[in-house]
Ligand binder design. Structure first.
Ligand code: PMP
Ligand code: GLU
Length: 396
C-alpha cells in the first residue's frame, strides 16, 4: 500500500483550486480565476531567444547536477548586487524551481522530530514539506495589526531543544507583507544566539510597492549568513513559472548535501531553461519594473474595491501579488440552505455561485481570510469585485 508519509500531507491547495477553475472553464463556465499565484505576463522575448539558441546549439544534454557555472556566476552576481551577500560557487545550487530548492533543504536538514517554526499565515507548501521529511511544523500565528510580522519575542518563546529552523517569507505569500530591517535584525540576533537555521524564501523580492526595500536577512553579517539558506527563483521576477528554475545559496556543507540529494532524485534542472535563466539574470531588467508597475495599479484597485465592500477588511500589501482580505464577519450567515462558517465555505460559495476562484485562508493557516491573486487583468479584477460584492450581499 501507499507509504505512511503520503497520509500526512494534502495536495497543494493553490494548484488544486487552479485545476478546478480551469476544469470549470473547460466546461464552458465563465470562471474568473484569482486562484493561482503566477504572473499573467509572458516570459521576456530575449529569455525565450536564449532558450531557442540553446536548443539550436545542441545544449540539450545533462549538465552539472547543481547547475552550470555560467548560471551560478549570474546568481552570485545577483546576490551580491541586489542583496549585498557574497557567495562562492560551492555555496549555490540551481534546482527545478524554488519549491524544489526548499524541498532539498528539508531533505538535507530535517531529522525526525525536528521542529520547524513557521509563522502563520504561511505558504501552503512549507508545513507539508516538513511533514514529508518527518519534521514537526510549529506554527506561530501573526497578527494583521502587526502587519503579519513574526514578533521576535514570540519566535524566541517557541524555541525548544528540538528547534531546527525558522522559515521566513518576505514579501509573503499569502499576506503580501514584508519584514522591515528592525524586525529582521531582531530575528537574526535570536537565530544566531539560539543557533537556529533560517530558511529565507525571497521569491517575491522584486515585487514590492510604496517604496518598500527588500532586505535579505543573510546580509547582516557572517554569523547569520552561516545559518541562513536564501531561496529565490525566476518564476515571479521574470514570469518564468513553467521553466522551473529556482536556486538556493547557503553554507557549503548544506549546499553539497542538497546537490547529492538532487543527484539521486532529479539530476540537473533542464539545460535549456538554465540558459534562459542566464539571459534573464544578466539581460535587461526593465521587464520586471513594467510588471511591478502593473501589479501596483491592480493592487490599488483590488484592495480599495475590497475595502469598499461592507463587512470586508483588507490590509494594503506591500509586496507580492496577493490580497488577503478578512471575511470572517460573514461567518454564521446564510443564503438559502447554504451557511458560511469557514474560509473553505466562503471560497466554495464564491466559486460555485459567483464563479470566482480564490483560495481559502485555512490552507495558509488562518481561517478568517481568503487569498485573491491579482496576477490577472484589471478587467477581470473589476468584474471579480462586482461578483464578490453581489455574492456577499446575499449572505444574511
Ligand atoms: N515560495 C513561495 C512563497 C511561492 O509563492 C512559490 C510559488 N510559486 C514558490 C516558493 C515556488 O516557486 P517556484 O517553484 O515556481 O520557483
Ligand atoms: N506559489 C503559487 C501560489 O501560491 C503557485 C502555486 C504553487 O506553487 O503552489 O499560488
Amino acid at each position: 500500500m501507499l507509504s505512511e508519509r503520503t497520509q500526512r500531507i494534502k495536495p497543494s491547495a493553490t494548484l488544486a483550486i487552479d485545476a478546478k477553475a480551469k476544469s470549470m472553464k473547460a466546461q464552458g463556465i465563465d470562471v474568473l480565476n484569482f486562484g493561482l499565484g503566477e504572473p499573467d505576463f509572458d516570459t521576456p522575448e530575449h529569455v525565450k531567444e536564449a532558450a531557442i539558441k540553446a536548443i539550436k546549439d545542441g545544449f540539450t544534454k545533462y549538465t552539472a547536477v547543481g547547475g552550470i557555472d555560467e548560471l551560478k556566476d549570474a546568481i552570485i552576481r545577483k546576490l551580491s548586487v541586489d542583496n549585498n551577500i557574497a557567495y562562492a560557487k560551492e555555496e549555490v545550487i540551481v534546482s527545478c524551481g524554488a519549491k524544489h530548492s526548499l524541498y532539498n533543504i528539508a531533505q538535507a536538514l530535517f531529522n525526525p522530530g525536528d521542529e520547524i517554526i513557521i509563522p502563520a499565515p504561511y505558504w501552503v507548501s512549507y508545513p507539508d514539506q516538513a511533514l514529508l521529511n518527518d519534521a514537526v511544523p510549529v506554527f506561530i500565528p501573526t497578527d494583521e495589526a502587526e502587519n503579519f510580522m513574526l514578533r521576535p519575542d514570540e519566535f524566541e518563546s517557541k524555541i525548544t531543544g528540538r528547534t531546527k529552523a525558522l522559515i521566513l517569507n518576505s514579501p509573503s505569500n499569502p499576506t503580501g507583507s514584508s519584514y522591515d530591517e528592525k524586525a529582521l535584525v531582531a530575528i537574526a540576533e535570536i537565530a544566531v544566539r539560539r543557533n537556529i537555521f533560517v530558511i529565507s524564501d525571497e521569491i517575491y523580492e522584486k515585487l514590492v510597492y510604496d517604496g518598500t526595500r527588500h532586505i535579505s536577512i543573510a546580509s547582516f553579517g557572517g554569523e547569520i549568513k552561516k545559518r541562513t539558506i536564501v531561496v529565490n527563483g525566476l518564476s515571479k521576477s521574470h514570469a518564468m513559472t513553467g521553466w522551473r528554475i529556482g536556486y538556493a545559496a547557503g553554507p557549503k556543507d548544506i549546499i553539497k548535501a542538497m546537490t547529492g540529494i538532487q543527484s539521486q532524485s532529479t539530476s540537473n534542472p533542464t539545460s535549456i531553461a538554465q540558459k534562459a535563466a542566464v539571459a534573464a539574470l544578466t539581460g535587461p531588467q526593465d521587464y520586471t519594473s513594467v510588471m511591478r508597475a502593473e501589479f501596483d495599479r491592480r493592487r490599488k484597485t483590488l484592495v480599495d474595491g475590497l475595502n469598499a465592500i461592507e463587512g470586508v477588511s483588507c490590509l494594503k500589501p506591500s509586496g507580492a501579488f496577493y490580497a488577503f482580505p478578512n471575511v470572517s464577519r460573514f461567518y454564521g450567515r446564510s443564503v438559502g440552505a447554504r451557511r458560511i462558517d469557514s474560509s473553505l465555505d466562503m471560497a466554495t460559495y464564491l466559486l460555485e455561485e459567483a464563479h470566482v476562484a480564490l483560495v481559502h485562508g485555512e490552507a495558509f493557516g488562518d481561517d478568517r481570510y481568503i487569498r485573491i491573486s491579482y496576477a490577472t487583468s484589471m478587467d477581470i479584477i473589476e468584474q471579480g469585485l462586482d461578483r464578490i460584492k453581489e455574492a456577499l450581499s446575499k449572505l444574511k
